[in-house]
Design a protein around this ligand. Structure first.
Ligand code: BTN
Length: 263
């Protein structure tokens, strides 16, 4: 079971995670937070569950993890309206890779649009959802799932998914202190995002799998034959790619996935 007191004693942030909702079991932390009124959820609120019965993944998939082994949580953000929202998602994924590197000395990568990878295995994913009052976006719900202490994965994920303990051969990680570290770093990176500091964009790009490489993109579900050179994101979070006719094409977050990196 997640030790809320240990987490609170390890937390060194000003506002991220200062309000904390813990559930032993819930359908989905994202769905739960989304169901609450704007006034019930503060900027920086974390909702964490030891197990989700209907955890949501990207592209309508489910997110299933072993109870009590991993980190599954949502962060509520109430940013001022601006056009740089897609970067929040990448900023959070970058944060995870940075903290995992600090903890293990190993490289972790951000796979566009919101996966966390070590070598060729996925160890985490982000699902960012939005909430509206009328037509105004009022909240961003950043759902993060990270495989920490899970040792056994279902057949369909074998060879594709991994966890921190499997990667490092350690017995166990403290989910509480790891979460506190992630939230501390997230608060720092969020402040770079707010200040429009371009160093954040550079750090995101450097951490992105395939950056500067020729890649096969999946565009609106189809995989064109010709590869693109992946030029990273710009300051609005749009993805730039050079096609084989030397033209720069710009894609939004939802439109593309990286299908394959051509080394
Ligand atoms: C992915 O498909 O890679 C994204 C997975 C996101 C899972 C997290 S776990 C906490 C939050 N609540 C959910 O229902 N999903 C996200």
């Amino acid at each position: 079971m997640f030790n809320v007191n240990l987490f609170k004693n390890s937390l060194n942030t000003e506002w991220v995670g200062r309000h904390f909702w813990y559930f032993k079991k819930i359908a989905s932390t994202n769905v739960y937070v989304k169901s609450k009124k704007y006034t019930e959820t503060d900027h920086g609120l974390i909702c964490l569950a030891d197990v989700q019965s209907e955890g949501r993944g990207l592209y309508g998939k489910t997110w299933q993890t072993e109870p009590g082994q991993n980190l599954t949580f949502s962060l509520v953000l109430k940013p001022l309206p601006n056009n740089r929202l897609p970067i929040i998602n990448l900023m959070a994924a970058l944060t995870v890779t940075e903290v995992l590197f600090q903890q293990t000395g190993l490289s972790f990568w951000l796979k566009w649009p919101n996966d966390v990878y070590h070598e060729n295995k996925k160890i985490g994913g982000l699902l960012t959802e939005t909430s509206f009052t009328g037509s105004n976006l009022d909240r961003i719900l950043l759902g993060i799932g990270l495989n920490i202490n899970q040792k056994i994965f279902p057949e369909e994920l074998k060879g594709k998914a991994s966890s921190l303990v499997l990667i490092t051969n350690k017995k166990e990680y403290s989910r509480e202190t790891l979460l506190a570290q992630i939230l501390f770093r997230l608060e720092q990176n969020y402040s770079l995002w707010e200040k429009k500091d371009e160093i954040l964009i550079k750090r995101i790009n450097r951490q992105m799998l395939g950056y500067g490489c020729w890649v096969k993109l999946q565009i609106d579900g189809a995989i064109p034959e010709n590869p693109f050179k992946f030029l990273g994101i710009n300051t609005s979070g749009l993805l730039h790619a050079l096609n084989s006719d030397d033209e720069i094409t710009i894609f939004t977050h939802e439109k593309v996935r990286i299908h394959q990196i051509i080394r």
